[in-house]
Design a protein around this ligand. Structure first.
Ligand code: KIV
Length: 288
């Protein structure tokens, strides 16, 4: 069991008030959640990026509510004290306010989440307000919003031009007014992130590839450890090449089974001689 005190909204806002950066990573499974809990992570996002990182799709769109709930439950079992955020998958909140409330409620009731995250700005402010009114903390997500990747023209920086940056800033204010406790800025220029962070009064800002001025940082776990074979985004810092360690181990296993150096006696279980003799005797008796 974890010895840590549960991370709550007051814990997070207290860090912000003291100027202490908030730490956040994605996570999709029990063992990784266990390690993140031990490392002292403040917040975990069970992102719909699991469609790509865990299920091998080429976008986040195929993730379903049932996929999200299953993985989020596993993460909660591994990380009981982190601030746990369930990511609302594609079309789990866009159709209507009611759909948004119902699916946000599933994350809380079925997966013991602390909050949910949804993508979009001004156009999603009514969803944010309604979910917040239902008693569920909401994190907004602006900039590169992967569920709209087709409309955005690909995985690219958002808000490089003044007009687009202005729209992102207006959306940040709309989300804050709607009651979002936090906003994730993904792949927004650092200067825009700084302006939004300086203007945030009732919420805090988390950066994913948006520079150092936010109240906290997020990375995708698989990018940090070389675990996503298709690509590593420029903004990711690789803290260790676990992918290489695993691949090397797998190759050794294949080689050792093939040349009979695995298994060795410590890898199997022996039957005592007497029991074996007795077994042979019984076999003989039964004429098998
Ligand atoms: O699904 C996810 O992991 C996300 C991140 C890209 C922020 O939404």
């Amino acid at each position: 069991m974890s010895e840590r005190k549960k991370v709550t909204l007051p814990t997070l806002f207290d860090k912000v008030a003291k100027g202490l950066p908030i730490t956040m990573l994605t996570c999709y499974d029990y063992p990784t959640a266990y390690f993140q809990e031990q490392a002292g992570m403040d917040m975990i996002l069970v992102g719909d990026s699991l469609a790509m990182t865990m299920l091998g799709y080429d976008s986040t769109l195929p993730a379903t509510m049932d996929d999200m709930i299953r993985h989020t439950q596993a993460v909660r079992r591994g990380a009981p004290s982190v601030w746990l955020i369930g990511d609302m998958p594609y079309m789990s909140y866009q159709p209507s306010v009611e759909t948004a409330i119902r699916n946000a409620g599933r994350f809380m009731a079925e997966a013991s989440c602390d909050a949910i995250k949804l993508e979009g700005g001004v156009e999603m402010a009514d969803r944010v307000a309604a979910v917040v009114r239902s008693g569920i903390p909401v994190m907004g997500h602006l900039g590169l919003t992967p569920q709209s990747v087709s409309a955005l023209g690909g995985f690219r920086v958002q808000g490089k031009g003044a007009q687009q940056a202005m729209r992102i800033m207006e959306s940040a204010k709309a989300l804050e007014e709607a009651g979002a406790y936090a906003i994730l800025l993904e792949m927004v220029p650092d200067r825009v992130c700084r302006l939004i962070t300086e203007r945030a009064e009732k919420c805090f800002i988390i950066s994913l590839g948006s520079g150092p001025h936010a109240h906290g940082q997020l990375l995708i776990y698989h990018d940090m450890f070389g675990l996503y074979p298709n690509f590593t985004p420029k903004m990711a810092k690789v803290y260790g090449d676990a992918g290489k360690v695993i691949l090397d181990g797998l190759k050794r296993y294949v080689a050792e089974v093939s040349d009979h150096t695995f298994p060795q006696p410590e890898n199997w279980f022996r039957m005592p001689d007497e029991a074996y003799e007795e077994l042979l005797r019984l076999l003989k008796q039964s004429k098998r």
